[in-house]
Design a protein around this ligand. Structure first.
Ligand SMILES: [Zn+2]
Length: 438
């Protein structure tokens, strides 16, 4: 149900049930936030934010506990989704919840609702905001539609740099089957954008972006959405950079880019020689396929598993990727001579978040949890307490693409910067290294 009330030249929609879905393209972004900023008590409110890189920060959020914006140095990287809490005086109800829309906690008939619209129109919106929260600016609807169109055309052309699949962690964990426009496909499409778009392209859908993804368990449907709706990431459009988070577009400010670049420049780049790793070979019949090989038809290079199986004699690196400790992969290799934890991945851009996430989760656990460390020590015959250097070794897997700007999109930079911050707080040195091709 949607009731439209017009005041002066502004229309307000009062929605019931799923009525709000009819209004998606028409509403003013952040209307509810604007009202909340002027009506909530700064002390007791709750801030709902989302970081641009989706669930990679879930561990960090967990550690942080109750959200305190004043103490949160990620605030500038966050997207403000909602403010909620008790109102300063009860003119707008006892509590309110302001995001795109406004939800008030009050027993009202339709006349009461109109009264609230009056209040907002003639009083609240004219006040100065009480609460100021730094976050990325959302973009107006017309531009938003343009950006979505551009994104969909890139998906259909398989130009996927800087884009990732954003499916809730819970959905991914519980998923038993996935279908794309009716045809069953692998669960891995929920985390691999390349695979998702390629599968969508070969499905019955007219365009890759419009293929319908349905995720289910044996008893219920967990998610049903179009491919295009599940994609987030960064998009450079007419010279400006935008983030898409939860289907919404945000403009990346110049100040933010400057700050990220400066933080990123503080992460040490290790030379390939110093890493003691070996060059990454092209596929050839002379290279035997390793157990668990994931070599891809489309790639000219061997897969990570095959690469790791080619360790030259005499290096003495411990192969920690072969066994997990309590479901956690510690790292791919340990260099016991230099006490380094080496994390290796053949990828670029936003997909590197898996690598940085693994490095961070295992680093924090090894430092915090002595029982976990003991298990790791006995499994691999090495004292993990000594390893205080995390190295992310990246193979860009595209010919001629081996410079930092080719590998690190802004998303990837944000990711590694955040992960490095956490790891440093746990006493680690953090480096990245670009692996040469053979
Ligand atoms: Zn392989």
């Amino acid at each position: 149900m949607v009731v439209i009330a017009t005041k002066n030249n502004t229309s307000y929609a009062i929605c019931g049930g799923y009525g709000h879905t009819q209004l998606k393209e028409a509403v003013v972004p952040d209307f509810g936030v604007d009202v909340a900023k002027r009506s909530l008590s700064a002390k007791n409110m709750f801030v709902h934010q989302k970081l641009p890189s989706g669930d990679v920060f879930s561990l960090m959020r967990l550690l942080r506990g109750t959200y305190l914006p004043a103490m949160d140095d990620n605030n500038g990287l966050s997207v403000l989704k909602k403010l909620s809490g008790p109102t300063l005086n009860d003119e707008l109800g006892a509590r309110l919840d302001g995001g795109t829309s406004l939800l008030v906690d009050a027993k009202l008939d339709i006349r009461g609702v109109i009264g609230i619209i009056d209040k907002i129109e003639y009083d609240v919106i004219l006040r100065k905001p009480i609460i100021e929260i730094e976050s990325l600016p959302s973009v107006p609807n017309a531009l938003s539609a343009e950006l979505t169109k551009e994104l969909y055309s890139r998906l259909d052309k398989k130009k996927l740099d800087g884009l990732v699949v954003d499916v809730d962690h819970g959905v991914r964990q519980n998923a038993e089957t996935v279908t794309l426009s009716g045809s069953p496909c692998s669960l891995s499409v929920l985390s691999n954008i390349q695979e998702l778009v390629e599968s969508a392209d070969s499905s019955k859908a007219r365009h890759a972006h419009s293929a319908q993804v349905v995720v289910s368990t044996s008893s219920e449907e967990l998610l049903s959405a179009k491919v295009g709706e599940l994609v987030e990431g960064e998009l450079s459009y007419k010279g400006t950079l935008y983030f898409r988070v939860d289907g919404q577009w945000f403009q990346v400010t110049k100040e933010l880019i400057k700050r990220i670049e400066s933080d990123f420049s503080n992460i040490d780049e290790m030379t390939f020689a110093e890493s003691r790793l070996w060059a990454w070979p092209l596929k050839s019949s002379a290279i035997p396929k390793a157990k668990g090989c994931q070599c891809k038809k489309a790639s000219k290079y061997i897969c990570e598993t095959c690469y790791l199986s080619l360790q030259p004699k005499g290096l003495g690196l411990i192969e920690t990727h072969v066994q997990k400790v309590r479901q956690i992969e510690l790292c791919d290799l340990v260099d016991p001579n230099n006490d380094r934890l080496l994390h290796i991945k053949s990828d670029v851009g936003a997909n590197l978040r898996v690598l940085f996430s693994q490095g961070c989760v295992s680093g924090v656990l090894l430092d915090n949890d002595s029982e976990f460390r003991k298990e790791a020590d006995s499994k691999f015959g090495y004292q993990f307490g000594k390893a205080k250097h995390v190295v992310f070794a990246i193979f860009p897997h595209k010919k001629g693409k081996k410079n930092v700007p080719d590998i690190f999109s802004l998303y990837a930079k944000i990711d590694i910067v955040q992960r490095a911050r956490i790891l440093r707080a746990h006493g680690y040195r953090v480096s990245y290294c670009i692996i040469d091709e053979a």
